[in-house]
Design a protein around this ligand. Structure first.
Ligand code: BG6
Length: 492
């Protein structure tokens, strides 16, 4: 048997993509609530308003620079469609959805707390009771079904008030606000939630600084300070968790993908090495407890100065994360020989197409070996328990005339990916806590804001324009995953 008896099989969602109820029961706005829909060819936009009343919308793309015009503050503007506002309405469908998860046999459910549901502006001293009560209902139901929650404290959901009034995570004041939020939820959900993640894909600070850190500019100085502040906030969360409940474990969350050089030219290997440093820097600090030399040298070269105190260094050193979690959907290819390589487009972030791999309609390469490769790199470098908290295939699923969704392409993808993680456990001996497939019930795409880019085991009837009954329909993959979990991964 490859997986331990208590291996945590399940699925993952994020409040801003799934929950909806964006203005209900006292919830404030978050960063994503002012983000419009987009598509594979049209970027999402942040809408804004200036003090003279003029409004506008600025495109936001992963891997590209982002800067709002002077004096602009992100805000809701009439005439735009904001997919997060209803999303797929977990807020009103949680009973039905958790029942479906239980039917699949989930051992674990990864969700995020909508920070602004609990602290509407982000800087209040006391929480919004209605927000806390909502998650109590979720965790109580999870307990009833024997599903272990894995809770992300911040999945791109920085309260908008902390962006507009404080400038986002480059302002150290956010550390205190986060600490207050974390203390509140750790105390409240003690005994109900054991596993926590601090910042979803913390390297998004680099790749999508508005999403990851509520930044309104992409300068290296802002990103470096924001990353540092999140490191300190995260270390404080580890400290608090261990003080409040010894059983609690806190992990970091990294967007990780194996990266291949296109040629054997040493220059390509250097390019890949530097890319890996950029990606792993976040885990080096959160798991290793200090800044790696390559980053210190980079900051020195670029004239970056951090507002950093001796207490910060001590916190990072004394409170590294308990485990490392990551997202991995496929792989990427880099080269210094762009002309020879031709096509660009893997994962949309500065990569080129891998001729050996297939891609989906959004240019994401599916790579049957990505999980084994990722798990080995992370295990060898950190020797901390690992957890795959996002993996899956975005596809424009069709509801057929028999009222079903025949997603054999998804079953094939998952079968190969789970086999690859099984190999990492069986053949390489990595320590793996669990696997939560991304978007287990259809939700809004983060990158494009579409409904069309679906990941779920359960289809949700809703389109890209906010129309549809929100009815839940299990896809073929629902029954397949049920069997995988029942056999603890033996029957793929
Ligand atoms: C990860 C995010 O980047 O990838 C999720 O943590 C996101 O929020 C997922 O949804 C898939 O990306 P997309 O753009 O297909 O939704």
């Amino acid at each position: 048997m490859a997986f331990k008896k208590d291996f945590l099989w399940g699925g993952a969602t994020a409040a801003n993509q799934y929950e909806g109820g964006f203005a209900e029961d006292g919830k404030g706005l978050n960063a994503i609530d002012v983000l419009t829909n987009g598509s594979a060819t049209e970027p999402r936009k942040v809408t804004w308003v200036r003090s003279d009343g003029t409004t506008g919308a600025t495109p936001l793309e992963w891997g590209s620079d982002f800067e709002l015009p002077a004096g602009a503050r992100p805000a809701l503007v009439d005439g735009y469609y904001y997919p997060s506002h209803t999303a797929t309405d977990f807020y009103h469908h949680y009973e039905e959805d958790l029942k479906l998860m239980a039917e699949m046999g989930f051992k674990c459910y990864r969700l995020s707390l909508n920070w602004s549901r609990i602290f509407p502006n982000g800087d209040e001293e006391t929480p919004n009771e209605a927000g806390l009560a909502f998650y109590d209902k979720i965790f109580d139901l999870c307990q009833q079904y024997g599903i272990e929650p894995l809770v992300t404290l911040s999945h791109y959901e920085t309260p908008l008030g902390l962006i507009n009034d404080y400038g986002g995570w480059k302002n150290r004041k956010l550390i205190k606000f986060f600490e207050n939020y974390v203390r509140t939820v750790f105390t409240r959900y003690k005994g109900k939630v054991k596993y926590w993640l601090t910042f979803n894909e913390i390297n998004a600070v680099d790749l999508a600084p508005y999403m990851g850190a509520g930044l309104l500019d992409s300068s290296l100085q802002s990103r470096a300070q924001a990353a540092h502040d999140q490191f300190v906030a995260s270390a404080l969360a580890v400290k608090l968790a261990h003080e409040i409940d010894k059983k609690m474990q806190v992990g970091m969350m990294l967007a990780y993908q194996p990266v291949y050089p296109y040629t054997c030219d040493p220059a390509d290997q250097i390019k890949v090495m530097e890319y890996n440093q950029k990606m792993l820097f976040y885990a080096d600090v959160q798991a290793g407890g200090c800044y790696p030399n390559y980053k210190l040298k980079e900051y020195e070269r670029e004239g970056i100065t951090l507002d950093i105190s001796p207490e910060d260094h001590a916190l990072l050193k004394d409170y590294p994360v308990d485990f490392i979690s990551f997202s991995c959907y496929g792989s990427n290819v880099l080269t210094t020989h762009e002309k020879e390589a031709g096509d660009s487009g893997n994962l949309g972030i500065n990569g080129i197409k891998n001729p050996y791999l297939e891609t989906n309609a959004w240019g994401w390469a599916t790579d049957p070996d990505c999980l084994r490769l990722a798990l080995n790199v992370l295990w060898d470098r950190y020797h901390k328990p690992l957890w795959i908290v996002e993996n899956g295939l975005g596809w424009s699923d069709e509801l057929t005339s028999d009222g079903k969704v025949h997603d054999d392409y998804r079953i094939k993808y998952l079968k190969e990916n789970i086999q690859s993680m099984k190999d990492a456990v069986n053949l390489d001996g990595v320590e793996l806590l669990g696997y939560t497939m991304w978007g287990c019930i259809d939700l809004v795409s983060n990158g494009t804001g579409e409904m069309k880019k679906r990941y779920g085991f359960v289809y949700v009837e809703r389109d890209d324009f906010g129309k549809g009954s929100l009815k839940r329909i299990p896809k073929d993959s629902f029954y397949w995953y049920q069997k995988v979990i029942a056999s603890n991964g033996e029957d793929l």
